[in-house]
Design a protein around this ligand. Structure first.
Ligand code: SF4
Length: 414
């Protein structure tokens, strides 16, 4: 019997079947099943509810843990060829056009989720999240680009005329999360109590088996202040986080500050470019473009390699965001060429790209846009794989791996 996956693996022989499978699950999703609603009662829930065809909203799990060790974000669809069937206990079976192909379970809430800090504060309110074996700490969720208005007049092709936020971004507005963590706009300092709670949450996560710690947060307009902020977080956590890989996922920091960051205990950095094409970058990431500039971003990535070493500098992309707006890379062939050009430029300088899939979330400036097509993604991943082989730059797997990358396939080439 031929199935969707057997056809795709024949069509893309250079890609491992695990990569084809994950790409297909992320791109065309899994057919919604009421079993998902039942599973979400105990599993880690998606923070966005799924909307059924009748308009009602239901809670579904966030992540699937496949039998091969891969983590995949659950995307519910009404038309996917992939369906699920309950096995026993917490185990499920994925079927492709009715044919079973892999067992999986839905990822549970992290153990520390229901625990409290020593002063009784719930640990799940400390800014920590965990996906597989990666903890993601965000002590400063409010992004200053969201609260900085734009006034340019020549933006007729861009929907977002309000602020400098990135066009695909759905988080970053100052809200109860940022207020509860004591974040103050324009201030680099982290309140000592927030640091204390974060350290306790991180240490519980490590006890429970986490292997990577990724620091992130909303952006600041001033690169020096942002460097101060991350220096204080790294310094405050290094002792409790000594057995995990600690990466700083800030904006591109001033090259002169990178050695301080390493001395404080950071193992690596991930300064996310989001889209490669320089012109499109200005439209999709207007804040990064105006307040940091593209030259500064690239220079910081290059300098970071000399400070942190060849396998410790990464940059993430939102694949598909470069194709959304008018006058950007709407033609898939142009977008493919641009992305591969970027990957070659980066890998040649020992900067490792991580390609995340663009999902057009509600509440963003790209809401309602079409995401990248499955075949576009498979062609892109095949091209990147060829480049990694040609340049002998395998994905390092230290900052992240297949057990935590749930919207990306880099870890699944192992
Ligand atoms: S820098 Fe961009 S992606 Fe990051 S939080 Fe701000 S608006 Fe969102």
């Amino acid at each position: 019997m031929t199935t969707t996956l057997s056809r795709l693996t024949r069509q893309y022989p250079a890609l491992p079947p695990a990569v084809v499978m994950k790409t297909a699950l992320l791109s065309i999703g899994v057919r919604f099943d009421p079993l998902m609603v039942e599973a979400a009662r105990t599993a880690l829930p998606d923070f966005r509810p799924h909307t059924l065809p009748d308009g009602s909203k239901v809670q579904v799990p966030y992540l699937m843990k496949l039998e091969n060790g891969s983590l995949v974000r659950l995307r519910c669809s009404e038309e996917s060829p992939f369906t699920i069937k309950h096995q026993e206990g917490l185990s499920f079976l994925l079927l492709d056009e009715g044919a079973p192909f892999i067992q999986f379970s839905f990822a549970n809430r992290p153990i520390w989720h229901d625990q409290t800090a020593s002063d009784g504060t719930p640990l799940n309110a400390c800014g920590l999240n965990q996906h597989g074996d990666m903890m993601v700490l965000n002590l400063t969720p409010a992004c200053e680009y969201w609260s900085t208005p734009r006034n340019e007049s020549n933006l007729s092709d861009i929907r977002n005329k309000r602020s400098y936020r990135c066009a695909f971004c759905g988080y970053g507005l100052p809200d109860e999360r940022s207020r509860a963590l004591g974040q103050k706009e324009g201030q680099a300092t982290i309140p000592p109590l927030s640091m204390k709670h974060a350290a306790e949450a991180v240490s519980k996560g490590i006890e429970a088996g986490a292997r990577h710690l990724y620091l992130t947060g909303g952006s600041m307009l001033d690169p020096e202040l942002e460097a101060d902020r991350y220096l204080s977080i790294v310094s405050g956590l290094r002792d409790v986080a000594k057995d995990v890989y600690l990466a700083v996922g800030s904006q591109a920091l001033p090259p002169s500050r990178l050695k301080e960051l390493k001395a404080a205990g950071a193992d690596g950095v991930c300064f996310n470019l989001e889209v490669w094409d320089r012109k499109v970058w200005q439209h999709v990431c207007p804040g990064k473009s105006k307040f940091f500039t593209r030259d500064m971003w690239e220079n910081s990535l290059v300098q970071a390699v000399s400070v942190f070493g060849k396998t410790n500098v990464h940059t993430a992309f939102v694949i598909g965001a470069e194709m959304v707006f008018e006058n950007t890379l709407k033609d898939p062939e142009t977008a493919l060429h641009s992305n591969l050009e970027g990957v070659r430029w980066l890998l040649s300088r020992d900067i490792h790209p991580i390609l995340s899939l663009f999902w057009p979330f509600v509440g963003t400036d790209m809401e309602g846009a079409a995401g990248p097509d499955l075949h576009f993604l498979l062609r892109l991943f095949s091209g990147v794989h060829e480049l990694r082989l040609e340049l002998n730059k395998p994905f390092p797997g230290n900052l992240a791996c297949k057990r935590c990358l749930y919207m990306q396939v880099e870890g699944d080439f192992e």
